[in-house]
Design a protein around this ligand. Structure first.
Ligand SMILES: NC(=O)c1ccc[n+]([C@@H]2O[C@H](COP(=O)([O-])OP(=O)(O)OC[C@H]3O[C@@H](n4cnc5c(N)ncnc54)[C@H](OP(=O)(O)O)[C@@H]3O)[C@@H](O)[C@H]2O)c1
Length: 182
């Protein structure tokens, strides 16, 4: 008998593969739990494999499907690595939720140091960008997918003493539109 996907549950994610950078704690962990509850196989990712293993284990113990894979989104080699893994093990990606972010500097915008600037841009901008590029290429091969990027209310109104972070979050909003457009 031909299997049909229920149309009554619009959030049915069975058979979907989801990658979530920044899922080892906080908002990302909750996103991972939620996608797994809806049936997706979740790849829990962040810099620290042990923390990701713990979240993935929790999902499996709750009856879901999950694995852990380490990736520093500020490192292009790490991004290539996680996508090579996904290609070889799963052959496809349906959902990317870019959630990992850095906010290393709280202070007056005129005192922003180069290393804080570079760290924030490296993770929040370059990381999100190349994650989306690699995800888009893989999704295109299999008829599409969904890319969700966590921005912030600071994208719309700069947070007090959070200048460079707010700037990168505003860029994430435009980046999401740019990827959607093309
Ligand atoms: N919390 C808020 O009030 C708030 C408000 C607005 C927007 N946001 C946004 O929501 C998202 C999640 O925030 P959160 O508060 O839940 O963050 P969080 O608790 O600080 O967690 C950050 C997550 O990102 C990972 N991460 C950090 N740097 C990384 C890197 N270079 N490469 C890969 N993973 C990295 C961390 O794991 P590792 O340390 O293991 O890498 C962790 O899993 C962020 O995009 C943030 O900007 C948060």
């Amino acid at each position: 008998m031909k299997e049909t996907v229920s149309t009554t549950n619009l959030f049915d994610l069975r058979r979907k593969i989801a990658l979530i950078p920044g899922a080892s704690r906080g908002i990302g962990e909750e996103i991972a739990n939620l996608l797994a509850e809806q049936g997706a196989h979740v790849i829990v990712s962040s810099r620290k494999l042990e923390d990701c293993e713990s979240v993935a284990r929790g999902i499996r113990e709750a009856g879901g499907s999950a694995e852990a894979y380490p990736c520093h989104v500020g490192r292009l080699d790490d991004i290539k690595g996680v996508f090579q893994h996904i290609r070889s093990i799963h052959g496809r990606l349906d959902i990317l939720v870019s959630n990992a972010a850095a906010n290393p500097y709280f202070g007056h915008i005129l005192d922003t140091g180069l290393s804080s600037f570079e760290k924030t841009v490296e993770v929040n901008l370059r990381g999100y960008f190349f994650m989306s590029v690699e995800a888009g290429k893989l999704m295109r091969e299999h008829g599409g997918g969904a890319i969700v990027s966590t921005a912030s209310v600071n994208a719309l109104q700069p947070g007090d003493k959070q200048g460079i972070y707010s700037i990168t979050k505003a860029a994430v909003v435009n980046m999401t539109r740019a990827f959607a457009k093309e």
